[in-house]
Design a protein around this ligand. Structure first.
Ligand code: SF4
Length: 326
């Protein structure tokens, strides 16, 4: 394969500058597949620096797909605690179970089978195929998107649509080392073409970069509407203990332990106590202390003094901390 100049430059830069990340270690082919699967799930909504210690703990405690398929939910959630977006880890376990059952314990190496697995969409399938299987795919993550938009100076709403970016990414060409190349592009976005103050003087493709030519590095934000939602959160307190329940009602934090809550539609005179941002949902929360403990299905009492001993989503922990302060 004849590599384009842009491809050669980016790879050369990567070879000299790549970070040493735990999932990039030189390991067996099988381990590499497992490392890629776990790291890609973790990186779906979280930054590299945050993911590193979580990844190391996870791999140490759950070293392979078989162990992952059998791991107890309690342990799994504990290992994920603080990373948020818990549906990812539930899907990760389901994916491991499916791979053991339907694919002879081997991570599939084709797009159709990969996207049939829970939690694996277009992007993750592309990332797995390139990084784990060295196939000629370029996953379009936030970092690569940014390099592409700046390099070609894509600013108009129609130019930054996903379909157009997928077409345009062909300008990066393809290397005979697809795994390294996909990671090289991601790394270029993460370390050099940063969201603010890109380090153009260290960029291997600065010569033909249109944003640099125009001295305009601003990126057009996609119109993603934030949704305002209102909740009444009920606090049942006995001594220093709070009542929590398993969330079977809301799509966020599904099956995790939360305070009893109900959603209110367009409330009047809503005096919120707390505000949380979860994905594109802006949660306005009003707290109400309730004296009589209603009958809840499997209520779960936690002691505020022993908060660190419980496996709780950080959403719930933050509310307990708020209640302790107020
Ligand atoms: S020259 Fe600057 S803006 Fe252009 S791709 Fe490189 S780092 Fe990004």
């Amino acid at each position: 394969m004849k590599e384009q100049l842009v491809t050669k430059k980016i790879l050369k830069w990567y070879d000299l500058n790549k970070r040493s990340l735990p999932w990039r270690k030189n390991v067996s082919f099988q381990k590499r597949q497992y490392f890629t699967l776990v790291s890609e799930f973790m990186l779906q909504q979280t930054q590299v620096v945050t993911v590193i210690p979580y990844f190391n703990r996870f791999i140490k405690d759950i070293p392979n797909l078989k162990a992952l398929s059998k791991v107890k939910s309690k342990k799994l959630i504990k290992l994920w605690e603080g990373l948020g977006y818990y549906s990812r880890v539930r899907n990760l376990k389901k994916t491991a179970q499916k791979i053991i059952k339907n694919f002879d314990g081997k991570l599939p190496d084709n797009f159709e089978d990969l996207i049939s697995l829970p939690g694996i969409g277009n992007y993750t399938a592309n990332a797995i195929l390139s990084i784990a299987f060295n196939k000629a795919y370029i996953p379009l993550d936030g970092n690569i998107e940014r390099v592409l938009k700046r390099y070609l100076y894509l600013k108009k709403e129609r130019d930054i649509q996903k379909d157009n970016l997928i077409k345009k990414k062909s300008i990066f060409g393809m290397s005979s080392r697809p795994s390294d190349y996909a990671q090289a592009l991601m790394e270029l976005g993460a370390l050099i073409c940063k969201p603010t103050n890109p380090l153009c003087n260290r960029c291997p493709i600065s010569k033909k970069c249109k944003s640099l030519l125009k001295k305009d590095f601003d990126l057009t934000k996609k119109n993603k509407k934030n949704i305002n939602k209102y909740f009444l959160l009920k606090v049942y307190k006995k001594d220093q203990r709070y009542l929590l329940i398993k969330n079977t009602k809301f799509n966020f934090l599904k099956n995790l332990t939360i305070f009893p809550m109900e959603e209110l539609s367009k409330p009047k005179n809503f005096d919120e106590n707390l505000n949380f941002k979860m994905s594109n949902m802006n949660m306005n929360i009003k707290i109400k202390y309730v004296k009589n403990t209603r009958k809840f299905q499997s209520p779960y009492w936690i002691n505020e003094k022993k908060l660190d001993n419980y496996m709780l989503p950080s959403f719930t922990k933050k509310i307990v901390k708020y209640l302790m302060r107020n």
